[in-house]
Design a protein around this ligand. Structure first.
Ligand SMILES: Cc1cc2nc3c(=O)[nH]c(=O)nc-3n(C[C@H](O)[C@H](O)[C@H](O)COP(=O)(O)O)c2cc1C
Length: 322
């Protein structure tokens, strides 16, 4: 897809745009099978940061997707290492060999890969769901943090803390650049992230619903149909806790503290690409309640960026005493 020509694109100059080499400090979330070239190239071409996943564990397919990225965009993109899902000891060498500059690590100990990745010259951000995890990542030497609140989709802390509490807490105590995740979807939420101390946002559920997202239309429709209570937090008694769309399958384990809901991930391909919403868990965040239209990635990025700056300008005009 060619680069989107929006000459009047707002400019955000901060540590995230500088470190990531992007025009707009928005990161598309890594998501198994979903965060591949079709979606990530659209994000990079829109001036934001496309990310390729490795959580599917399909490293040969991932290598092909990265090759496709080089054909589809000349803009920067990154890779995620979801540590709990990719236990391949060669994962760091694999990522370094792909020639990307930006990597996020998640679902694991930041001491494990940060040193190796930094020594290879990569910019490393670690995903954290608590203050203690944020401190540990900074001590491990990361360049920045993805601070993710419990309203977000996907694998979560079993004791979730909302973005509204976690983000300003971490920002007030640590000086590293922060990308906020969990609940971000539009201009006002992006402006809120900046107000709370982040310099960028990561969009997960919003990107699942995007036109270029490869998932079956049934999943996208389920996001449009869901309200703000339309997700279930599963497995808070064990690991991994995860937030998924409310379906008959996920709801059946909502209050279950005896079994492991991971077994509900029976046939992800039948759900992801076959559209059978009861074949597995459709991971998603509470922000489903705020998504009511499938939009192209370029439009989502542009609306977030412009809308954010409009909110900031509007607040400055309404409260000039500041
Ligand atoms: C379908 C889906 C799959 C995800 N897979 C991953 C993953 O592989 N690695 C990761 O770090 N985060 C993963 N996440 C979490 C996202 O990266 C992101 O931080 C989260 O979705 C942000 O919250 P939001 O859904 O409110 O935007 C996933 C989220 C979703 C919805």
């Amino acid at each position: 897809m060619p680069a989107v020509d929006t000459p009047a694109r707002p400019r955000f100059a901060n540590r995230i745009t500088e470190l990531l080499g992007v025009e707009v400090p928005i990161v598309q979330a890594p998501m198994g099978w979903i965060a591949r070239a079709q979606l990530a190239s659209a994000v990079s071409n829109a001036g934001a940061m496309g990310i390729i996943e490795t959580s599917s564990g399909e490293l040969d397919a991932v290598r092909d997707e990265i090759r496709k990225m080089r054909d589809l965009t000349d803009k920067p993109f990154g890779v995620n290492i979801a540590q709990a899902f990719v236990r391949d000891p060669g994962i760091v060498d694999f990522v370094v060999e792909q020639g990307v500059q930006f990597v996020t690590t998640s679902a694991g100990n930041p001491n494990r890969y940060t040193g190796q990745l930094k020594a290879a010259g990569l910019t490393v951000f670690h995903v954290v769901p608590t203050m203690a995890a944020a401190q540990k990542a900074v001590d491990a030497g990361v360049d920045g943090l993805v601070v993710e609140g419990g309203e977000g989709g996907g694998f979560k802390s079993p004791r979730p803390v909302s973005t509204m509490v976690l983000l300003p807490l971490v920002a007030s105590r640590l000086g590293v650049p922060i990308i906020a995740a969990g609940g971000f979807v539009d201009g006002p939420t992006m402006a809120a992230a900046l107000a709370l101390g982040a310099e960028g946002v990561q969009l997960g559920t919003r990107m699942v619903s995007a036109l270029e997202s490869p998932v079956h239309d049934n999943w996208k429709q389920a996001i449009l149909d869901a309200d703000e209570q339309g997700t279930v937090l599963l497995n808070t008694h064990t690991s991994p806790a995860m937030r998924a769309l409310r379906t008959a399958r996920s709801e059946s384990r909502e209050w279950d503290t005896t079994s492991n809901a991971m077994e509900l991930m029976a046939d992800p391909m039948a759900l992801y690409f076959g559209g059978d919403m009861e074949a597995a868990l459709a991971l998603g965040g509470q922000v489903v309640g705020r998504i009511d239209e499938i939009k192209p990635v370029a439009e989502i990025i542009d609306e977030c960026a412009r809308g954010c700056l409009e909110v900031v300008a509007d607040l400055a005009a309404r409260y000039p005493g500041a």
